[in-house]
Structures are given as structure tokens and as C-alpha cells.
Ligand binder design. Structure first.
Ligand SMILES: [Zn+2]
Length: 291
């Protein structure tokens, strides 16, 4: 699932592609769960608009348009935003990916999972939004309008401070892992980066949030920021569906210390990495190195 680093990488890469371009034509799939704004309405609202900027709030992208309206995009579990120049097996169904490994790379042709395609007046590369599982979201926001999805977001995880994390942890008996995933506390952190940050801060994911000492809170806040910044530098994590807008993979998955490494040796103590379920989410950690 795309988390803050993946969404931020998409934002940074797409800015140079779409900002200042005028939308000439929109193609949409038929109405489905992705469309919080109905396809026909979305087409009429976006038609002719110029994209002025792309912003991010937590895991949400906001395309700012020249009439001060905004297009909100959430990538959900499997959402992909990429240009028509992108080439990647990840842009095809999982079943057909293995067969593609030995054939020459094909230019993407919109399929039934492509919910939105934007063509620009300069006839340059198009922008596609594709999502096989339809947990992604598309929502048009009129000038000055917000949405509860944005309003309930907590502090952006890239700017988390020890003070904020300390206040949020106070008297909270939930596991620190669950607190990190709570988007109303910390916007943008998901399973991968919570596990990686807790390992690097040497904290057990099942520790009660309220049990963290001030020094531990300080280290954790700093580590969350550090892990996210590093993941952004490496283009995010490509595991299943995520690709950068040009179709290339992120590289952070090659540096995982605990996430997805159950049974493999800890890089520090060589003991096996353990996986447990906390708050219905898999958590990966080293029982020796994390306290
Ligand atoms: Zn260890």
C-alpha cells in the first residue's frame, strides 16, 4: 500500500510533468468505488483547467487547478499514477506479469482498471490513474471546500516533533505501533515505515504508547522522519503495484531491516525477525534488539 514516501515521490515526479499544463480531454471508467465524484461531473469540472500545483496531505494528493478547485487523489491499496511513457510489468495484472518478463517492454494501453486518463492541450504525455482493487479515491473539491478525510488528518509525519508524539502518547494504552498508524495522530505512516522506524528506534511495536519515556519518544520522532526521508530519496518501496510515475521501481524495499523479513536474521544480532499481528496488522520486529 502506498504510504507517505510513495505518495510524496509521485507528487515530486509528477509536478515536473503536469504543472502548468492545460487539461484537454478526460477519459474515465464507468462509475465505481473510486469515484467519489461521479465520472461525468469529474470530466466536466476538469475539462479545460490548468494544473497549477500538486500538494500532499498525509497519503492524499491534491491537484490545484486554475479555478481554485482541487482534485483529491488517494492511491488506496493498489493505485498507480503514471505517465503514458511509463513502462513496467507492474502496470499489468499480476497473472500476466510473469509472462511479460521475457517479452520486450510494451507501452501502456489503458485497461479496465484505468479509471482516469488525462490528455493535455499540448498533446504531450498523458496522465493515467489505475487501480486494480478500487480502494483508491477521486474527489473534486470546489474552491474553498475541504473534506472530512482531510480534516481529520493529524500532523504530517514528515514534520512530527517529540512534543507532538509525547502529547499523543499520553495515557494511550494502545500499542505504539497502532498509534503510529493512526492517521488522526500522524498522517502518512503505514505498516512498512512504522515497522522500520520502530526497529531503528529499538522499540517493540507492542509497547504501550504511554510507556515510552521522553528520551524514547524523542528518538522515535526523529527516526520516523529519518526513515521517511530516506525512503523518499530511494523512490519509495515497490513490492506489488507501486511504481514511480515514469514506471520505474522504488528501491527502499531493498533496504528493509524487518518488514517482510519474518524468520530472516536480524542485521544486528543475527536472531530471527518475528512477525505478530497487532491491531489486525502484521508487525515485524527483532525480539532481542527492540525493547
Ligand atoms: Zn536483533
Amino acid at each position: 500500500m502506498p504510504e507517505l514516501p510513495e505518495v510524496e515521490v509521485v507528487r515530486l515526479r509528477l509536478r515536473s510533468v503536469v504543472v502548468n499544463r492545460r487539461i484537454a480531454e478526460i477519459q474515465t471508467a464507468r462509475a465505481n468505488y473510486a469515484f467519489l465524484t461521479a465520472p461525468a461531473r469529474l470530466r466536466s469540472k476538469l475539462q479545460g483547467r490548468r494544473i497549477m500545483e500538486i500538494e500532499r496531505q498525509g497519503k492524499y494528493l491534491l491537484f490545484l487547478l486554475d479555478d481554485h478547485s482541487r482534485l483529491l487523489v488517494h492511491l488506496g491499496m493498489t493505485g498507480q499514477l503514471f505517465t503514458s511513457h511509463a513502462v513496467s510489468p507492474r502496470l499489468y495484472n499480476k497473472q500476466s506479469r510473469a509472462g511479460l518478463a521475457h517479452t520486450p517492454a510494451q507501452v501502456f494501453v489503458p485497461d479496465k482498471h484505468t479509471h482516469l486518463s488525462i490528455s493535455f492541450s499540448d498533446r504531450g504525455e498523458q496522465l493515467h490513474f489505475r487501480d486494480t482493487r478500487k480502494f483508491g479515491k477521486l474527489l473534486w473539491l470546489a474552491e474553498g471546500r475541504s473534506d472530512p478525510r482531510l480534516e481529520r488528518l493529524g500532523v504530517d509525519a514528515l514534520s512530527i516533533t517529540p512534543e507532538h508524539l509525547g502529547i499523543s502518547s499520553k495515557r494511550r494504552r494502545i500499542a505504539i505501533k497502532s498509534l503510529l498508524l493512526d492517521q488522526s495522530v500522524l498522517a502518512g505512516v503505514g505498516n512498512i515505515y512504522a515497522d522500520e522506524a520502530l526497529y531503528q528506534a529499538r522499540l517493540l511495536p507492542q509497547r504501550a504508547a504511554a510507556s515510552l519515556r521522553p528520551e524514547e519518544t524523542r528518538v522515535l520522532a526523529r527516526t520516523v522522519r529519518k526513515v521517511l526521508r530516506r525512503a523518499i530519496r530511494l523512490g519509495g518501496s515497490s513490492i506489488d503495484d507501486y511504481v514511480q510515475p515514469d514506471g520505474s521501481d522504488g528501491q527502499f524495499q531493498n533496504t528493509f531491516t524487518v518488514y517482510g523479513r519474518e524468520g530472516e536474521p536480524c542485521h544486528c544480532c543475527r536472531g530471527p525477525i518475528v512477525r505478530v499481528v497487532i491491531g489486525q496488522r502484521s508487525s515485524h520486529f527483532c525480539p532481542s534488539c527492540q525493547k
